[in-house]
Design a protein around this ligand. Sequence first.
Ligand code: FAD
Length: 323
Amino acid sequence: MTILVIAEHNAPGDAASEGSASLKPATFNTLTAGALLATLTDNQIHVLVAGYNVHAVAAAAAKIAGVSKVLLADAPHLEAGLAENIEATVLTMAREYSHILLPATAYGKNIAPRIAASLDVAQISDIVAVHSADTFERPIYAGNAIATVQSTDPIRVITVRTTGFDAIATEGGCAVVEQVAVAANNGLSHFENREITKLERPELTAANIIVSGGRGLGSGENYTKVLEPLADRLGAALGASRAAVDAGFVPNDYQVGQTGKIVAPQLYVAVGISGAIQHLAGMKDSKVIVAINKDPEAPIFTVADYGLVSDLFEAVPALLDAL
Ligand code: FAD
């Protein structure tokens, strides 16, 4: 049977999409997991693009390497991406698939459990590796152990930890796009409004470089004064520890960690962050980690590739001068 990947995309009205809908990077990582599964099981991959006025998104999905068919579900009541309506449409086709994959983002985590419950199967959450058609790896205990899980369910509903898989090539495919029937609006929820932070910087979960600040910065003012110029110079996204968020230095969507965002950029610069396990759970898969902390015993140095034991208020401006 075939593998279905449910695409996450921006709605045309989203600030982040600048007027036109586009696939979110998490979809590309999810598709890599799907491609691995497809190779191991000799299956094809279909992508579902559900939304409204999302023909361009479907066309982009059709170009992705390895995708054999794009299913386009286009209707006004799918515009806001409400889980109840997306689920209803997925259920019209779910039994034709052996695996249904979604990114382990807020979007995917909202929809996948509904699909799994309706199909009466167990959800396999947050996979980071694929062993075979029924066996996967997923982190447990805040990433301190990896569980190998096997599912005997007929349909595997899976969420994919996006940092566990590289992005798939966005060009090279030529899939057909097929318009599919959309389930009627089930009226279980309706869209009120969306408040979106307009980012001048890369999005945290998609950034190649992240500069992240912790309680060591002392205040929101210092966070802005010390970290923003460094992030600007590096073209980086800004992140934070939970202590920095709880102290009100920055909004909570900056939080990296077990209860924040899971990131794995090429470069993660941790400034004034001690490296509590809950923080490490969100960033330790970063390719290169740089830590600046005045305490040589800080646990962040156990995961850092480059560590600078120094007062951040001297080290960061000096680093900026040197860049
Ligand atoms: P601290 O631990 O206080 O560290 C501050 C660091 O700054 C210290 O190492 C200090 O040496 C250094 N410093 C101070 N001044 C300077 C200076 N002038 N120059 C250089 N260095 C300096 N935390 C997260 O980050 N993300 C999560 O998702 C998360 N989820 C959690 C979930 C649960 C269930 C629980 C219980 C906790 C969670 N936490 C999370 C909180 C976590 O345990 C830590 O409390 C938090 O990460 C600490 O943040 P911090 O490193 O900024 O602060």
